[in-house]
Ligand binder design. Structure first.
Ligand SMILES: *Cc1c(COP(=O)(O)O)cnc(C)c1O
Length: 396
């Protein structure tokens, strides 16, 4: 039979980060000792107090379908969290809990985009934005940023990217992959541009909010009263609580968008997992101080990996202020031949590192910036040291 797949799925690119992880697994199965620095995944255990809440939920027989947009108690915990951490006031009609922040983003794209609507994505952007937008027949409009400006989009760049077809702006802060954080003043400057274009809805992905190394305070676009009604705040527990596999994310949004996401979810998933939802009530209700030990640990690893990267020629790096990635520019290697392998681009380079250093990273192309690779430092100190040593050797 000929290929009966849809154009939609045929044009979809597999997630580069998940693909790299799969390749690393393959090589490992073949006996290779691969250090995986490709996945954006904390190497900590979920905190005990959160695990206990899940165990209790099993014992208490939480097994039925939940409300499609999440348990009321969880929505209230999300409301409390938004108020406590971000100064944002939402009511229950504005909150939707989903199967991970990734689904939250997918919902919003499906809810807001018509065919041909343009979505501005400052580059580098999180790996899935572009394909989530395309799945909703939207058109990603990439705005390149530079290492010199800490990979942040300027108000002038935003203004220049806006057309009558622009419907949305999506960004993450702290940014995956660059670790950059937009200050309140920088967000205000972007908001001032957006005020002239009232048709544009903003998606502010704040999933790394708590993983902040104290240089730039976290700020939310929705905290500006004149942006509140047109901003969707996306967050989740995967990164800060070491709960990637539990799959819970959520939005605070204008009620009409939340309603649309709820409607979509009702036809697609019927809501997020019941046990995970109960656990997240506890995660969000407890003080973020209880997860600070992970942030402190990431901070030390950041210092370590930055100092080791400086010893490797040809890696040029900004200093990430949040999240747990470094995003070095590796263009110095383009056009070179290493051990018989020609390096044309970041994909070749990442593949070279996998094969010759046995270190898994991700090509910057996946994030809309082909000059860089992304290296996760959500790994043990020993793994980071060993990986940087191997990379240095493979490039020497
Ligand atoms: C990991 C990540 C997500 C997805 O989070 P899940 O809750 O695991 O779906 C969304 N945005 C960014 C920037 C991320 O790094």
């Amino acid at each position: 039979m000929s290929n009966q797949l849809s154009d939609r799925i045929n044009s979809l690119v597999p997630s580069a980060t998940l693909e790299m992880a799969a390749k690393a697994r393959e090589l490992r199965a073949a006996g290779k000792d691969i250090i995986g620095l490709s996945l954006g995944e904390p190497d900590f255990n979920t905190p005990d107090y959160v695990k206990d809440a899940a165990i209790q939920a099993v014992q208490d027989n939480y097994n039925a379908y939940t409300p499609v947009d999440g348990y009321v108690e969880l929505k209230d915990a999300v409301i409390t969290k938004f108020k406590r951490d971000n100064g944002l006031t939402y009511d229950r009609t504005q909150i939707v809990v989903s199967t991970g922040a990734k689904q939250s983003l997918y919902n919003v794209a499906q809810a807001c985009l018509n065919a041909g609507d343009e979505v501005i994505l400052p580059c580098p952007y999180w790996v899935s934005y572009s394909d989530i937008v395309k799945l909703a027949d939207g058109v990603p409009v990439e705005v390149p940023t530079t290492l010199e400006r800490d990979f942040k989009m300027t108000p002038e760049q935003l203004e220049a990217a806006i057309t009558p077809k622009t419907k949305m702006l999506w960004y993450s802060s702290p940014c995956n992959p660059s670790g950059s954080i937009y200050s309140k003043a920088e967000l205000r400057a972007l908001a001032d541009v957006l005020l002239k274009h009232p048709q544009i809805v903003v998606v502010s992905d704040e999933i790394y909010e708590h993983i902040n190394y104290g240089v730039t305070a976290h700020a939310s676009m929705a905290a500006f009263p004149d942006m509140y009604d047109r901003t969707v705040t996306v967050n989740g527990v995967a990164k800060a609580f070491a709960m990637t596999g539990w799959r819970i994310g959520y939005i605070g949004a204008p009620a009409y968008i939340a309603r649309a996401c709820n409607k979509l979810q009702g036809q697609v998933t019927s809501g997020a997992n019941c046990i995970a939802q109960r656990a997240v009530i506890t995660a969000l209700t407890e003080s973020p101080d209880r997860i600070q030990y992970m942030v402190d640990e990431f901070k030390e690893r950041r210092t370590l990996i930055l100092s080791l990267l400086r010893e490797i020629p040809g890696f040029e790096c900004n200093e990430p202020e949040g999240a747990f990635y470094v995003y070095p520019d590796v263009t110095a290697y383009f056009g070179k031949t290493l051990k018989g392998t020609e390096i044309h681009n970041a994909s070749d380079f990442a593949m070279y590192l996998l094969e010759h250093a046995n270190v898994a990273t991700v090509t910057g192309d996946a994030f809309g910036n082909g000059n860089c690779i992304r290296i996760s430092y959500a790994a043990s100190v020993n793994e980071i040291k060993e990986a940087m040593e191997r990379i240095k050797k493979a490039l020497g």
